[in-house]
Design a protein around this ligand. Structure first.
Ligand code: FE2
Ligand code: FE2
Length: 245
């Protein structure tokens, strides 16, 4: 029995509900935000891990309270569990994404209605008045990629940005995290300039905690440190040597 067998609160009302796989070097992190009788799930998770994720969600809330699932881009590590999940969520469940990601996400066979952030002023107001802000991060790593900033807690749900390969995984980023984060971004993000533009957009928000979809949660000084590293990182176009075929 380890602490990772249960949902973990990473900020007030914000829970990690992922699967800790001791044998994997790559961890997927869905997060659940609870706001009164409403809940929002971020980057819901993989199909093979669906039952584990759902059990952890149920430790925290009745899934019928989940009114929104935010999908920051269309990859299967964050979308594939949704067709199973949506059956247990609110009958008014909305899938929150950019339009560009949403046109592809629909092919998972998701039945719920979409809420496109780019047609809703890049924000979502919950029943309580709490506002989630969405920040476009194009080509980091998909054309329609976005991230979410929760004004109340200062948590940035950053999806693949700030992620890392994670042998010796822990929920909080340890001393070697920055190297693992670089190794993930170098082949995955489109180019240094594109990554820099997204980080500069994110830096306009008072981020206190970064909750990435891979790797570990960043707090304290690590938030600013990670941002300054990614702004200068040679990645994608600069990193992968192009070869004639
Ligand atoms: Fe991805
Ligand atoms: Fe991912």
């Amino acid at each position: 029995m380890s602490k990772y067998d249960n949902a973990l609160e990473i900020a007030p009302g914000v829970y990690w509900v992922g699967f800790y796989d001791k044998n994997a070097g790559f961890h997927c992190n869905p997060y659940l935000l609870v706001d009164g009788d409403e809940a929002v799930l971020f980057d819901a998770g993989t199909k093979p891990h669906y039952e584990i994720i759902m059990r952890k969600i149920m430790e925290v809330v009745n899934p019928i309270n989940i009114t929104h699932i935010v999908l920051h881009h269309q990859d299967p590590d964050l979308c594939a569990a949704v067709p199973d999940m949506e059956r247990l969520c609110s009958p008014d469940l909305k899938i929150v994404s950019s339009w560009r990601a949403g046109v592809l996400i629909a092919y998972y066979g998701i039945k719920s209605e979409f809420y496109y952030v780019d047609r809703n002023n890049y924000q979502l107001k919950l029943k309580s008045g709490r506002t989630l802000k969405f920040i476009p991060t194009p080509f980091c790593h998909c054309p329609g990629s976005i991230v979410t900033f929760d004004e109340k807690t200062g948590v940035l749900f950053s999806s693949d940005l700030f992620g890392a390969f994670s042998f010796n995984w822990d929920i909080e980023a340890g001393p070697y995290y920055m190297e693992a984060m670089k190794a993930f971004h170098e082949p995955y993000m489109a180019s240094k300039e594109i990554l820099r533009r997204s980080i500069e957009r994110i830096q306009k928000y008072p981020v206190k905690i970064i909750a990435p979809q891979h790797g570990s949660v960043l707090k304290g000084d690590k938030v600013a440190e990670a941002m300054s590293i990614l702004k200068e990182l040679d990645c994608g176009d600069e990193f992968i040597p192009w070869q004639e075929v």
